[in-house]
Design a protein around this ligand. Sequence first.
Ligand code: BGC
Length: 373
Amino acid sequence: MKKISWMLGLVLMLAACQSATEPTTETTTSKAVSSINWGTVDGKEVKLYTLTNKNGVEVKITNYGGIVTSWITADKKGNKSNVVLGFDSLSGYLAKPPYFGAIIGRYGNRIGNATFKIDTATYQLAANDGKQHLHGGNKGYDKVVWDAQPSDSTASLTLTYLSKDGEEGYPGNLSITVVYTLTDADELLMEYSAETDKTTPVNLTNHSYFNLTGDVANTILSHQLQVHADKYTPVDAGLIPTGELKAVKDGPFDFLQPHQIGERIAQVPGGYDHNFVLNRTSADLELVATLSDSISGRKLEVYTTEPGLQFYSGNFLDGSIKTSSGQPIQQHAALCLETQHFPDSPNKPEFPSTLLKPGEKYHTVTKYKITLQ
Ligand code: BGC
């Protein structure tokens, strides 16, 4: 009996040691960035990084797909919750949700008939959305492991990836850097840079889905949206722009003044999934859209250097994907405001060009800022 209790004591002691050593998986890489091991993909280590600012806002990012997995902020009552769709573990992402929080590339949104020409050469891309090419193909930048370097001094994470010549059909080795920085003004800054050794289209974006209430049981139909765009790009049945830049004036795409998203969505077959032609006054970072929610009191401002904004109202979400706590993610449970060049630009010479040539530097900046109204 004595021996049994002695052994039990030893087992309990070992168990205590075990749990005491567990937190060492959390490596504090800097004051503002910590990381944990999250698994392995393609033989490469995947980590989950946590960026924290002085207000206690916390943004988690994994180097798998450069995905923003959560963004935790306080609502008007001081209750903290996650305002983006994401999962607690890597397995959720390996099940291929529709680009939750990911970096999208080489080309964000669609390229018609999955093909384009540069001079006399025709390039054939993966047709992964009916006949069209969507978000970089079968294995876009949302499904690759990026190299990650957390900053020593700020809440910042630098991700790099070399997209090889011919990957998903694109020409040229494209060397990409994306820097995510969480500022003390509660902004998530995203800075995209790239260089190529052959002329190629490039259109990088982030595909975060927001629900400012922090609860997917609420839809985003009661959120208010304002977009500084006099025009948008109408699409055909395959969601490819027709080429027309159409005035939004007085129709369901007119968000020049704030409107509830649900107010006119029934007038848009399938829901909003359109590129807005932003009213720019300079090439600098400018405020292009504001989303607000009266339930939580939160407000999201979108700033960008890009000419376009894809407003996607979560139309294809259908409850089949569940959050890590088991809640079904229903249609309109979240929305995306993707800063970008216009869809199908490689086939639309009248749109701003997305071609990057050897010797040129691709550089765009987008900033999401979440504060209280
Ligand atoms: C596209 C949608 C697509 C969604 C998820 C958005 O950027 O515009 O058509 O369904 O991404 O893939």
